[in-house]
Each structure stands twice: as structure tokens, then as C-alpha cells.
Design a binder for this molecule. Structure first.
Ligand code: CP3
Length: 348
């Protein structure tokens, strides 16, 4: 049986399709990583990007939160900049900072540095996904990629930004260059997601983490075409496609329209209101504020119940998650307790 067949009836995949589930499935963005002592141990002395090219480490780190928290899905351990590095862009992930690009892309001549991605550029992905799906059995593996806008922001700014000033300068000032850049990034992202799905990933999530910096009209005009190209190109596989960004309350409808089956929601918009914005026929993922996990257990459970109640009022498929990634200083036991609570509170 293929990995896709083995996971087709899992609570996670069923919730993504808005089918009835025995309990609300849970996973956490950034569940693999610095909140776990066992992660810090295996990463000791290994730079982040090197760890993303070693199938043994990828497999171990991806499985750690599944073993510990009993989450309903694994997310493939990698980073959104891995495919860029695989096609030869000189970049690094600096601890405490994020991705840093040695020579930012700013001109038309720079576009030639974005060559197409071939499966042979990322043999470790195929190998690690194969190892993972063997180990995971009926637990789905989520593959992922960065969306063209978020990737472009790192490439153009050269690193993290709060204002995206150079990115927006290109978008508004050189719209043709911007369109060509995001189109190339879309092609790279399609190729990268296909490698993951063909190796056995049961779902994919497109992270447009920083799209919330845009007004809806600009999102529609400058960002949606490239993201829609990505979703469209992987539609034929039939695996659920999740679309996530932070601060995207005003964009939720458009992010669904881009082609997602599941729209990720941060903690600023309750899920019943999110469902109205997204419209019928799509499931929702989210949306507990990650900082709630620093409160006492009873308070966490009150807030988690509010998420479940809003999801029930939304009346659509629901995958429980945080509204953004797990913060590194989160107590791992608080995450384990939260999974247990959601499973119990939602059991039918
Ligand atoms: O979710 C998971 O558990 C899977 C792993 C994963 C990582 N990055 C590992 C990582 C995923 C899904 C990502 C996606 C990612 N990377 C996004 C989109 C998700 C989001 O948070 O909105 C973005 C914007 C990036 C870029 C990036 N990489 C940032 C902002 C950082 C943090 C920098 C820091 O040190 O604070 C990284 C580094 C990174 N990616 C780490 C991990 C585990 C930490 C590196 C380390 O452990 O040294």
C-alpha cells in the first residue's frame, strides 16, 4: 500500500477534506525544533542547513515530536530556504536571526541565478521522505515549501525584514521583474513539492508567512498569481493543500481562492469568523495563540476550548494548530498536555 493510501483515513487527512473525524487532529507548526531537548542534543555541532541535507537527522528530528506529543501528523524537518540553497543560492540560517542571503537579488540580471530545480538537486529529500513514511505508517507526513512572496522577501531584502521596503519597491516599481521573479520561484516550489509528494508526503503546506504585510488588492495583483500556480500544479495528486500566513485576517478569502483546500488562520481571527471570510468548501487550521502555552494548564485549556467551540460553530473541517510556530522557550510538556486535551475534548 502506498503512503497516500495508508494515511487516507487518518483524522488529519479526513479533517482537511471536511469529513467526519473521531477526534480533532492536532499538529504544531515548528513542532520539530528548539522546544525539544532531544532536538538540541542531535543538532549539537551540526549547522541548521547541514542538518536539512542528512536523511538520518531529518528522519530523527521529524519523528521526535510525534513520539513525544502523539500529534496526528508529522511535518518534514527542513526550512523554506532549502530549495534555494539546492539550486545554488549562497545563503545561511543564522541562529536567532533567520535566513541571510549573501548577494540579494535586485536586478533582472540576478534572475538567471534562479535556475530550475531538478529532483536530483535534493536526493536527501526523496530518501528522508521514504524513510519517514515507512516509520510513520498511518500517521501522515506533511511536506512544505515557502510561498513565492515570502521567499522573494528574503532574496530581495537579503534577510529578515519588518517593512519589506525593497521587496515592495520592486513589486510597485518594476512589476514585470517582480512577476518574472515570483513566477520562477513558483516553478521551483512546484518542483520541490512534487519531490515530497511523489516520495510519499500525504499533504503539503505553503508558508506565505509574511503575506500579511500586504493589502488585499496588492495581494491579489502581485502575489496570488504565483501562489495559485503552485496550488494548481499539485492539484492533480489529490493530497490536501494547506495555505498559511501570519496577520492575514484581511486575506483569508484570497488565500483560499488561490487554490488551498485548508486555510491556516493565526490567533487574531476566531475560526467561525474565518470560515465566513474563507467561504464554503474549505477546511480551517489553527489557531491558538502560541504564547497562551506560557499560562497555567487550566488557562490553556479554556483558550483551547474556545478554539474548538469556534471551529464547531464554523461547521467545517478543522485541524487544530497554533496560530504560528511553537516558540523555542515553550515547555514541551505543555504541548503534550494540549494534544491530550484536544483529543479528549473533541472525541465523539
Ligand atoms: O515546523 C517544523 O517543525 C518543521 C521545520 C521548519 C523549520 N522552518 C525549521 C527551522 C519549518 C516548517 C520552517 C519554515 C520556515 N522557515 C518559515 C515559515 C514558517 C513560519 O515560521 O512562519 C520561515 C519564515 C522560515 C525562515 C526561518 N528559518 C526563520 C525565521 C528561522 C528562525 C531564526 C531563529 O533562529 O530564530 C529559521 C530557522 C529555523 N528553521 C530553525 C528551525 C528548527 C531554528 C534553527 C536552529 O535550531 O538553529
Amino acid at each position: 500500500m502506498s503512503a497516500h493510501q495508508k494515511t487516507a483515513d487518518s483524522p488529519f487527512v479526513r479533517a482537511c477534506r471536511s469529513e467526519p473525524v473521531p477526534h480533532t487532529p492536532v499538529w504544531f507548526m515548528r513542532q520539530a525544533g528548539r522546544s525539544l531537548p532531544e532536538y538540541l542534543k542531535v543538532r549539537e555541532g551540526v549547522p541548521m542547513l547541514e542538518s536539512c541535507t542528512r536523511p538520518d537527522l531529518i528522519t530523527e528530528i521529524t519523528l521526535q515530536p510525534v513520539r513525544r506529543h502523539h500529534v496526528d501528523a508529522a511535518i518534514y524537518f527542513s526550512d523554506i530556504v532549502v530549495p534555494l540553497r539546492a539550486i545554488g543560492i549562497d545563503l545561511d540560517i543564522k541562529p536567532g536571526v533567520g535566513p541571510v542571503v549573501a548577494e540579494p537579488l535586485r536586478t533582472r540580471a540576478d534572475l538567471s541565478r534562479l535556475r530550475p530545480l531538478e529532483p536530483g538537486d535534493v536526493p536527501y529529500v526523496t530518501e528522508a521522505v521514504g524513510m519517514l513514511t515507512d516509520e510513520l505508517g498511518e500517521t501522515p507526513l506533511i511536506g512544505f515549501a515557502g510561498a513565492p512572496f515570502t521567499l522573494a522577501s528574503y532574496l530581495i531584502e537579503g534577510g529578515p525584514s519588518r517593512t519589506y521596503e525593497r521587496t515592495k519597491a520592486m513589486m510597485y516599481g518594476e512589476p514585470e521583474l517582480w512577476a518574472d521573479l515570483t513566477d520562477r520561484l513558483a516553478d521551483m516550489t512546484v518542483a520541490f513539492l512534487k519531490v515530497q509528494i511523489e516520495a510519499g508526503a500525504s499533504a503539503v503546506q505553503l508558508f506565505d508567512s509574511w503575506a500579511g504585510a500586504l493589502a488585499p488588492a496588492d495581494y491579489r495583483r502581485y502575489v496570488m498569481p504565483a501562489s495559485a500556480k503552485v496550488f494548481d500544479a499539485v492539484a492533480g495528486y489529490g493530497v490536501p493543500r494547506i495555505h498559511f500566513g501570519v496577520g492575514t485576517g484581511e486575506l483569508l478569502g484570497l488565500m483560499g481562492e488561490a487554490g488551498a483546500d485548508v486555510v491556516g488562520v493565526d490567533w487574531r481571527v476566531p475560526l467561525d469568523e474565518a470560515a465566513r471570510r474563507v467561504g464554503p468548501g474549505k477546511a480551517l487550521q489553527g489557531n491558538l495563540d502560541p504564547t497562551v502555552l506560557f499560562a497555567p494548564t487550566a488557562a490553556v485549556e479554556v483558550k483551547a476550548q474556545e478554539v474548538l467551540d469556534a471551529a464547531a460553530a464554523a461547521g467545517t473541517g478543522h485541524v487544530f494548530n497554533l496560530g504560528h510556530g511553537v516558540m523555542p522557550s515553550t515547555d514541551p510538556d505543555a504541548l503534550t498536555r494540549l494534544v491530550e486535551f484536544v483529543h479528549k475534548a473533541s472525541a465523539v
